[in-house]
Write a protein of this length. Sequence first.
Length: 159
Amino acid sequence: MANITLITVGTLKESYLKDAVGEYKKRLSQYARVDEVNIKEEKISNEDDTSEIKRALESEADKIIAAIPKGASKIALCVEGKQYDSVALAGLIGRMCDESGKIALIIGSSHGLSDRVKRECDVRLSVSALTFPHQLMRVVLYEALYRSFTILAGKKYHK
């Protein structure tokens, strides 16, 4: 059984998003052990101050990197990442499970991830050319993971 760690910055606030994440975590449990590490988003007083944003991202990076399980394959979700279709993502997840058995997926704050976190990762993944709120991205990522594991198991869910 695979070990998945989802490292996220910020909290999931809306009950409907919490419910959706809970549903997909339950579904995923037949294929993988899933742990979540939620890191508090750094406060930024001036959204126009790029140096303040960079400082916040670097502070978050320290906590993110410390939370990555040793030996895990690492995937950063970021806008400049590679897009995969469902079958290709399943293949990537399958290879990572075969290689290390542990996968860490990282979702940053509304300001993204520091370059240091992105360099630390094996893969940069973009789920879409569209921009999504990072809270909604958790739901999308959980669904994509569940879909990947059903594809790997030969189930018909993904059709």
